[in-house]
Design a protein around this ligand. Sequence first.
Ligand SMILES: [Mg+2]
Length: 247
Amino acid sequence: MHPPPENPSIHSSLHLPSGQTLLIDADDTLWENNLYFEKAIAGFIQHLNHKHYSHDEVRAFLNRVEKESVQERGYGLHSFRHSLLRCFESLSVEPLTPEREQEIIHFTHVVEDHAIEFLPGVVETLPALAAHHQLLLVTKGNFEEQTAKVERSGLSTHFAAVEVPAEKTPESYRNIVEKYRLNPAATWMIGNSPKSDINPALEAGLHAIFLAHPNTWVLEHEDVRTAPPGQHCLWLEGFADLAKVFS
Ligand SMILES: [Mg+2]
């Protein structure tokens, strides 16, 4: 997932006229998110203190459990808690008592309890973008958790609507295009996840803008695809750079 040095799709000099529609991801695009899960996981692995498996081996096992939990239960904190508990049950020689269950769930509190930490440039840039373009927030996951976070952020006034698909697939992007009668040629998906934001949006005929985040969740890793003819896929350094493209 490293930017190729001579990627032909980098157009830092592109300037788009007003009236574009920007679909903007939330977690790790507007604010920190995966960082808190990483903290919870670090606490859990330390607590598990496995005698035979290394930190990396426990983490690899947890990644597999998380993938299964997401398929069974969708994204969200309930799914994450389930994954940690299943991981403990599978790897620990100790039984999962109610006390141990509470100890493990305690590690996930960091995910809920933190104040929202906006990524650099977000708070200043969003109003400037909203003045000339239509903004839609598109964040996957648990509907209640995601909408509560948007409300808590105080940023919802900049967005014409908030969409929370269970998964970001080409079809979910096509549904959004249809629902809001968008023109794909003037619609841009902006986010940090190649797997959820960039590649499926390109497949649905939209333009995409990749904002890499060093803490992107491992299950979101994928190579960024090349934009099909007539579509753009831009790589920008940070959120503030959007103001240079969308003036
Ligand atoms: Mg994201």
